[in-house]
Write a protein that binds this ligand. Structure first.
Ligand code: ZN
Length: 501
């Protein structure tokens, strides 16, 4: 779509800050792939250096029509090569090994080397240990858990709930305490969750997710990231999200900055019971209103129409954009709800603790092959067995996870305390936020979309400033602020909260 660049330049008014730092007016850098041409030019103000003190608002002039700057990212070639390393044969082998333990019910046998959750746990631990060795010891592997007494629900005997956790510490001191968790559950269930002796192969639910997490650890632990990435296989999901509840509470108690938690649960089947096959899409579920939000914040969110802008939803948008950038033949379908009807997952305990949690699940589920004793009834096969899975599909979901995690863990943190200024009625949008601390920070960009749009539609660089005024009305659009580093990695967007200050 054509844009009158000269006309826009003549419209641009730049508020100069005190001191010698002068913003530079220039053509807008749209977020196109570095190898491709820029899509559109529009007004941009760039601060060449960080301002030493309070800066006035920098005015970013945005044309009301014609500035369709598609928010794409520069591609990180190393992330691209990580995505290529995801190996479908290893994923299939892992799923078949896990299903080979017969049952992984959380209360099943822990003494046998060939059957039950104990054998499965030790095998996963061994895999992580091997990966840690290959990574020259950078990956830290541990078993972490507690003793669960019978709870009158799905735990009928004293049971050790043990998570297998592998941590890849971040390399940038300013970012290492920022943690991204990717998780799956290694327990399984037959038709009755309290039946811990019958076969419960749990191929799709959730050996598929565990194989994804193991493959992510294999590939990513040979690379470096600014922030910390945790690869986690939890137990007790089918007994009431027990392993995940324990891990989320422990993070909360220790004040861990979990910037996002991604759970992969049921990501291996591409053929639904009604015969629909979808090998090209995966669903990402995220809450719109944080489960942990206070009544006052919820009331304010409802007033400003922020029901589609929780931190988890921003992570879902980031995952969708990462998929577009690094796995272009595959697609993320953002589902604007926390989970499917009547179902739950390991991201929920994190959401309840105030952490952004999202869930990956296949596009079309087949309920004959989940939570079922293995059997044939009236010619219909029931059971969650490995022969039913689509392994190239799991590999693609793994690639999307990798693109999202790697791009988040290499990006700066999302800007803190983002505000949209509301001290008086006007037709503009004044934004401010706190400066990031990362040494490789390049600046910030403003993203925006129509109030009915699911995904960010536009982006413009604001430069290395902490205040910006857009010539668009906050009443008509939803805005976000992203931090950008020198290599072009973007944080997920920070949703600005209204302030009169
Ligand atoms: Zn599951």
């Amino acid at each position: 779509m054509g844009t009158d660049v000269q006309g826009l330049k003549s419209l641009a008014k730049i508020v100069r800050p005190p001191g010698g730092e002068q913003p530079v007016a220039g053509p807008c850098r749209t977020n196109s792939d570095s190898a491709g041409p820029s899509v559109v030019k529009c007004g941009e103000n760039r601060m060449m250096k960080r301002s030493p003190c309070v800066t006035p608002f920098v005015l970013v002039v945005v044309p009301l029509t014609g500035c369709a700057s598609t928010p794409r990212w520069p591609v990180d070639l190393e992330i691209k090569s990580m995505v290529r390393e995801v190996n479908v044969a290893r994923i299939e082998a892992d799923v078949r090994t896990l299903t080979g333990f017969g049952t992984r019910n959380t209360m099943s046998d822990t003494a046998s080397d060939t059957r039950g959750i104990g054998a499965a746990r030790r095998w996963i631990h061994d895999q992580f240990q091997h990966i840690a060795h290959e990574s020259c010891g950078r990956l830290i592997v541990e078993l972490d858990g507690y003793t669960q007494e019978p709870d009158g629900n799905r735990i009928v005997k004293t049971t050790e709930i043990v998570n297998v956790v592998a941590t890849l510490p971040g390399r940038q001191p300013e970012s290492a305490d920022r943690v991204y968790i990717v998780s799956a559950h290694y327990d399984s269930m037959a038709s009755d969750p309290k039946d811990y002796t019958s076969d419960a192969p749990g191929a799709d639910d959730d050996a598929s997710g565990v194989a994804c997490v193991l493959e992510l650890a294999r590939v990513m632990s040979r690379y470096e990231f600014d922030a910390t990435v945790v690869f986690m296989a939890v137990a007790g999901e089918e007994q009431g999200l027990l392993g995940s509840k324990y891990a989320a509470q422990k993070s909360k108690d220790a004040g861990v900055h979990v910037a996002a938690m991604l759970t992969n649960d049921i990501i291996g089947n591409s053929l639904s019971a009604d015969g629909v096959r979808d090998r090209r899409r995966v669903r990402v579920f995220s809450e719109g209103v944080p489960l942990s939000e206070s009544p006052d914040d919820w009331e304010l969110r409802q007033k400003i129409g922020g029901e589609n802008d929780s931190p988890a939803r921003q992570i879902a948008r980031h995952i969708d954009t990462a998929c577009d950038a690094y796995v272009p033949d595959f697609d993320v379908v953002m589902i604007a709800r926390g989970d499917r009807f009547l179902r739950g997952g390991d991201h929920k305990p994190y959401s309840l603790m105030g952490y952004p949690g999202v869930r990956f699940t296949e596009m079309n589920e087949d309920y004959r092959h989940q939570h079922q004793n293995v059997r044939t009834e009236e010619g219909v096969f029931f059971g969650d067995v490995p022969d039913r899975l689509d392994y190239p599909y799991i590999a693609n979901v793994t690639r999307v996870n990798l693109a999202a995690l790697a791009s988040l863990a290499r990006a700066p943190a999302r800007p803190r305390h983002a505000l949209v200024m509301t001290d008086r009625l006007d037709h503009h949008t004044a934004l401010q936020w706190n400066a990031n601390a990362e040494p490789d920070l390049a600046g910030y960009e403003i993203v925006w979309r129509e109030t009915t749009a699911a995904q960010w539609q536009h982006a413009v660089s604001a430069g290395n400033v902490t205040r910006c005024k857009m010539t668009l009305s906050k009443d008509n659009f939803i805005f976000g602020v992203r931090a950008v580093d020198e290599q072009g990695h973007r944080s997920e967007a920070a949703y600005p909260w209204p302030s009169k200050n």
